[in-house]
Design a protein around this ligand. Structure first.
Ligand SMILES: Cc1cc2nc3c(=O)[nH]c(=O)nc-3n(C[C@H](O)[C@H](O)[C@H](O)COP(=O)(O)OP(=O)(O)OC[C@H]3O[C@@H](n4cnc5c(N)ncnc54)[C@H](O)[C@@H]3O)c2cc1C
Length: 354
């Protein structure tokens, strides 16, 4: 099975988005156009309106699983990651979710204290129009959490991720959300170039964002850097490669960290960022570039260090504000310094999780 099919409007009951504006008008209560070619160096960045907490955990929506398939590039991937589509029809969530937001999943049963499980968040992987063309079916990209119980070395299976990954088509799921309003695209997307940096399931929001951008006729430059330990662990790889073939302004780059024989040698996302710098430099210097980072907590450290090394005075401050001692010792940065001595500006969007 694969997840390579770009959501189409086949079978839609309602008209899909028309080319032109980047976002469907109306369903989200906002009418948003594109400001092509606007200089953005000092521009305030206004983000898309994101509706929040329509269904709270105490009053969740009931969704139906309509697809559940593996979405790693190879069958022998190191992790188990599944593309799971939920039909939200008839709930308050239908037509209200945008890429960069998350849904809360309420697994059945109780935790060790006898309380209902708390919701776990999963990023939406679909564009605004959803997988069905009118925003009712949205996908999640879920990695099974598999661990060892330190007390007795027994197998520990994460509650919500394994519950979700094990659901069959037709299963009902309790869902809350959407949540998150800071990791979404800007209103004037056409005025920006995008550097998307993902590790693992951090690819999810970018899948939806890319589809939104291209559905709206986006003409700027998008570089997506996708990091994974092995090539078999790349997610949506075929679909992303296909998008890159269809859109000359989309540059899909991978960074494989544990394979010496990968075409580019062993690489982390920050190494790929450095390798792409000859092309990216002008996007940063012009002030058009916005950086979105999503995935494994800690990945931002190397990316920020690379930005600090590569960006010259006058440009760096647009992306990172550094305390003087941090500026003088980039190699010595630690994660604890992020947001304290090393502060991403509003041109850098961060969504990382353990
Ligand atoms: C904004 C946001 C977006 C996210 N998006 C995604 C996404 O798109 N895809 C995705 O897969 N994940 C995503 N996550 C992570 C997701 O929310 C969950 O945290 C993750 O799936 C683990 O949940 P779980 O219920 O399976 O594991 P849990 O049961 O919550 O376990 C969590 C941790 O507790 C440890 N643990 C707990 N009890 C024990 C025990 N008895 N023995 C040993 N270890 C134990 C586990 O090892 C593990 O580290 C996101 C998180 C956030 C905050």
């Amino acid at each position: 099975m694969s997840c390579l099919v770009v959501p189409s409007q086949e079978g839609s009951k309602a008209p899909g988005p028309v080319p032109g504006p980047l976002w469907p008008v109306g369903s989200l209560g906002v009418a948003i156009g594109v400001s092509w070619g606007m200089s953005s160096a000092s521009m305030e960045i206004q983000l898309r309106h994101a509706e929040m907490h329509i269904h709270k955990p105490a009053e969740p929506a009931t969704a139906t699983v309509v697809k559940n398939e593996a979405c790693t590039a190879g069958k022998k991937a190191a992790g188990f990651v599944r593309h799971i589509e939920l039909d939200l029809s008839g709930t308050g969530l239908a037509g209200k979710c945008i890429p960069g937001q998350s849904l809360g999943i309420l697994a059945p049963g109780v935790d060790g204290n006898g309380r209902p499980h708390k919701p776990r968040l999963y990023s939406l992987a679909s564009p605004t129009r959803g997988e069905d063309g009118h925003g009712a079916v949205h996908a999640l990209t879920v990695k099974r959490l598999i661990d060892e119980n330190p007390a007795d070395n027994s197998l520990f299976l994460g509650v919500a991720s394994n519950y979700l990954c094990g659901l069959g088509v037709g299963s009902k799921v309790q869902v809350s959300g959407p949540s998150g309003k800071r990791f979404v695209l800007p209103v004037d997307a056409g005025a920006h170039d995008f550097v998307f940096i993902a590790t693992g399931t951090g690819i999810a929001p970018f899948r939806g964002m890319l589809m939104d951008l291209f559905a709206g006729g986006y003409k700027g430059e998008i570089t997506l850097i996708m990091g994974s330990p092995y090539a078999t662990d790349l997610l949506y790889d075929g679909q992303l490669a296909q998008l890159a073939q269809e859109h000359a302004n989309f540059h899909y780059r991978t960074a494989i960290s544990r394979e010496a024989n990968a075409p580019h040698g062993k690489m982390y996302v920050q190494d790929r960022l450095a390798a792409e710098w000859p092309v990216l430099e002008s996007q940063f210097a012009s002030g058009r570039a916005l950086v979105y980072i999503c995935g494994i907590a800690g990945m931002e450290l190397g990316v920020f260090q690379q930005l600090a090394r590569a960006l010259g005075p006058g440009v760096l401050e647009q992306y990172l504000e550094l305390d003087p001692e941090a500026a003088g010792n980039i190699d010595g940065w630690t994660r604890a310094m992020i947001h304290r001595q090393v502060r991403p500006t509003r041109r850098v969007f961060l969504e990382v999780y353990a």
